[in-house]
Design a protein around this ligand. Structure first.
Ligand SMILES: Cc1ncc(COP(=O)(O)O)c(C=O)c1O
Length: 362
């Protein structure tokens, strides 16, 4: 019997009455809309199209035999230790989360109360808006400016608006525009970190494709927290691995609702194996960066309006329905605005297939 029928017949409280008990901020939040696409080239989610390396797969298959037990604290600590080494910070400054997304959610729990003010650049990663709505925050935006070749953040406006914000969220490199915001520059971070009365979260999910980071400044500005991911550069999106880098005393508070069991054993095994042998990942990162530049140049020479990107995707501005056209050619991309399309770089074959399909359009 379908679940809804069971509750309707068996329940002594009408679910519509129960819904009224939910907070307005929860009821009015739109959830993340996603429909699966099948049998097509996936260039719509900024995924890594290279499979994880053999040593990661082997480590995972060894780990699943222990899945009857809670994840081991030794593995958790080893993963944390490797993350610290990789990030060039002390172990007490880094903590794993289930994806960058899991980290972001926890930072909202930690830093804001309903009615607080959140500031972001716009457009940016869709989950920022969703969490802001869910937590009942007042949203203020600084619009990124279309500078022709790249999207620009107005730091005067940003630092002015930061004064009113309890939480500033900067995605750097930004999704979907691909621009870098701080370019790793301490003085730009300082402008925001010292202006705001609250916290600054810098989402560096695409860090490896830009090479820029402000993680080394979190001790200078303890109100700055960095979020990172192993989904993109490490080709481990299915394992849901992310982490936070923060001042040790701030981090102690961020992790108050976390347990060492939040990351599944196979994911810990994957993360450890990946970080113990970085060679494969460094090659992938270099390859994606090279393909991104090649794709950018090729699209430009075909007459497309494409923006410089520091991530693993490119943003294209076009008045034609590029998403529909490419889907009909077996390629999924993401429409992110009226005439804006975000396209993952993918791998060599993906770039070839994409350029061929777009070549037939122009
Ligand atoms: C800016 C940004 N932050 C966070 C995430 C989520 O990453 P994860 O897969 O680590 O949860 C994404 C995913 O696309 C993203 O673009």
């Amino acid at each position: 019997m379908p679940y809804s029928k069971q509750t309707l017949q068996g329940s002594r409280i009408a679910y519509l009455d129960v819904l009224k008990r939910l907070k307005e901020r929860v009821l009015s939040t739109e959830s993340y809309g996603y429909e699966e696409v099948h049998g097509v080239l996936r260039l719509h989610l900024n995924e890594c199209l290279y499979s994880p390396p053999q040593h990661v797969l082997e480590a995972v298959s060894r780990a699943i035999a222990e899945a009857n037990l809670y994840p081991s604290l030794d593995m958790f600590n080893r993963f944390r230790e490797l993350l610290a080494k990789y990030s060039g910070v002390d172990i007490n400054m880094v903590y794993p989360f289930p994806g960058a997304d899991g980290a972001l959610k926890t930072l909202f729990y930690t830093f804001v109360n309903p009615g607080d003010v959140v500031l972001t650049l716009r457009p940016t990663f869709s989950m920022v808006e969703i969490y802001s709505n869910f937590f009942g925050l007042k949203k203020i935006y600084v619009e990124l400016v279309d500078g022709g070749d790249s999207w620009l953040a107005d730091f005067n406006k940003l630092s002015e608006a930061s004064k009113r914000a309890d939480l500033v969220i900067i995605v750097d490199p930004n999704n979907p525009t691909g621009n870098t915001v701080f370019s790793g520059r301490k003085e730009l971070l300082e402008l925001i970190a010292l202006s705001t009365k609250g916290f600054v979260v810098v989402d560096e999910t695409y860090y490896e494709f830009s090479g820029y980071t402000i993680a080394k400044y979190v001790n200078d500005f303890p109100n700055v927290v960095v979020v990172r991911s192993l989904s993109k550069a490490f080709c481990l999106a299915g394992f849901r691995l992310g982490y936070v880098i923060a001042h040790p005393e701030v981090l102690k508070n961020i992790i108050k609702t976390s347990t060492p069991f939040d990351i599944p054993t196979p994911s810990l095994a994957a993360g450890i194996a990946a970080l113990e042998n970085l060679n494969y990942h460094m090659k992938i990162i270099n390859k994606v960066r090279q393909l991104r530049e090649e794709l950018y140049t090729a699209l430009k020479s075909m007459g497309f309006r494409v923006y410089k990107s520091y991530a693993n995707f490119l943003l294209v501005k076009d008045h034609r329905p590029l998403d529909e056209y490419l889907l009909s050619r077996g390629i999924a991309i993401k429409r992110v605005g009226e005439d804006l399309y975000r396209i993952s770089v993918g791998c060599e074959d993906a770039v070839k297939k994409l350029l061929q399909a777009l070549g037939e359009l122009v």
